[in-house]
Design a protein around this ligand. Structure first.
Ligand code: ATP
Ligand code: MG
Length: 392
């Protein structure tokens, strides 16, 4: 049977956003992300986008999988498309939903008719189809209050769509609807999650990574690139900036108090990231994976010192999450397994033994001013490489 995926975007998502802008953004994203899955058609009607895989044997699973990662889609209904005829509906629906119906004890039918010319009214459709299902699956009982399965028939313009309970989409709002930000991406668990969370709220996300060869290896960088690639399933294409950070770290180690390394390093990272953003077109904010109190450099004192080095706003969507909650998201989005591979991060290579958890801004600024980092900052910015990581 021909299958179509109905993508529903709740009205909540439309608040504050112009509906047609929202829809065309979604359609554009869908076209881009599904392009390599095969031919398909996408149309819209009544707050629903219809994605219709075309060709002889389309890989509908793959289409569904990709759609489940597109922000703005709240529910997905993989549906059988049947001709708008009650006989055909009663014959094809039990067949199409046989797997779910066989595994259930109770069900109900829910009918919606946006085509008011259809000869049967909704309650009549329910009665007819309910009867047909009971005939094919005599073990079932109707339960209109708490059914295990709800069979829905939506009689729309071209077809009657049949589906069981919808599955959750990625939620959020479409990427591109709320600005453009640069994620400081390490090889750890938290920063990919932070990027995902901001993209879910509509931000276009680029990534910047600081490496310290030869203290960090090519493999470590490739791991971070892999993380960025995994993120593209949700975020779309990502520009990946890689900054040579070794010189700065060596100068830091030679010239500044060890207990302030991490915080100074973070401030210098922020400075470089901002200069690169300024060279780019319209990047408005930075994103980090910091979580309050997780490590010494993430106490509020430390964050105050970091932010003082920032002209741009810094978003930290993981700030109020426990590690376990961050891990849960990392697992869900498929970055966790890559994040836990062993690697050297430029931070871990130069970690002080006793980092200060309550640095004062005054001492941090004084320490930073005691050495002229400017030429090294310039050099790092100039030596930064950029690569476009295309969505998978
Ligand atoms: P993560 O799991 O994201 O690595 P973390 O808990 O290990 O975070 P830190 O290593 O203290 O925490 O880093 C805090 C944040 O600083 C990271 O979430 C990331 O945004 C940024 N960061 C750290 N190291 C790098 C790096 N080498 N390149 C880019 N950003 C980095
Ligand atoms: Mg880290």
């Amino acid at each position: 049977m021909k299958e179509i995926i109905l993508c529903k975007y709740g009205e909540i998502a439309l608040k504050g956003l112009n509906k047609s802008t929202f829809e065309s953004m979604m359609i554009k994203t869908i076209k881009r992300r599904l392009a390599s899955a095969g031919e398909f058609r996408v149309t819209k009607s009544q707050s629903t986008l219809y994605v219709e895989p075309l060709g002889d044997e389309p890989d509908v699973d793959e289409f569904e999988n990709r759609l489940s990662k597109i922000f703005g889609i709240v529910k997905l209904c993989r549906s059988g498309a049947v001709e708008k005829d009650i006989k055909a509906i009663c014959e094809k629906a039990p067949e199409y939903l046989a797997d779910v119906l066989e595994g259930a004890r109770t069900f109900k039918v829910n009918a919606r008719r946006s085509d008011k010319k259809f000869p049967l009214k909704s309650p009549e459709i329910c009665a007819e189809l309910g009867g047909a299902i009971l005939e094919k699956f005599p073990h079932l009982e109707v339960d209109v209050h708490e059914p295990q399965v709800t069979v829905t028939v939506e009689v729309r313009e071209d077809y009657a769509f049949i589906h069981s309970d919808p599955v959750d989409g990625a939620g959020g709002i479409p990427v591109g609807s709320s600005g453009h930000a640069m994620l400081l991406l390490s090889g750890g668990i938290d920063s990919p999650v932070a990027g995902y969370m901001m993209a879910r709220r509509g931000a276009v996300v680029e990534a910047i990574h600081f490496e310290a060869p030869p203290y960090t290896s090519d493999r470590a960088r490739m791991k971070v690139e892999k993380l960025a690639e995994l993120m593209t399933a949700y975020c779309g294409d990502i520009k990946f900036f890689c900054v040579p950070f070794t010189e700065i770290q060596l100068k830091l180690r030679a010239n500044c108090p060890e207990e302030l390394f991490t915080i100074l390093m973070r401030r210098l990272m922020m400075e470089i990231a901002q200069r690169i953003c300024e060279k780019e077109d319209d990047i408005q904010a930075l994103i980090t994976g910091e979580s309050l109190g997780q490590v010494a450099s993430q106490t509020m004192y430390a964050m105050v010192c970091t932010d003082a080095a920032c002209r741009m706003p810094v978003f930290r969507p993981c700030v109020g999450l426990d590690k376990a909650e961050i891990i849960e998201i990392a697992r869900k989005i498929g970055t966790f397994e890559t994040s836990i591979l062993p690697y050297e991060d430029c931070c871990t290579v130069f970690t002080p033994k006793h980092p200060k958890t309550r640095p004062s801004l005054e001492e941090v600024e004084k320490a930073q001013a005691s050495f002229d980092f400017e030429p090294y900052i310039k050099e790092a910015v100039e030596g930064t490489t950029v690569r476009l990581i295309k969505h998978i």
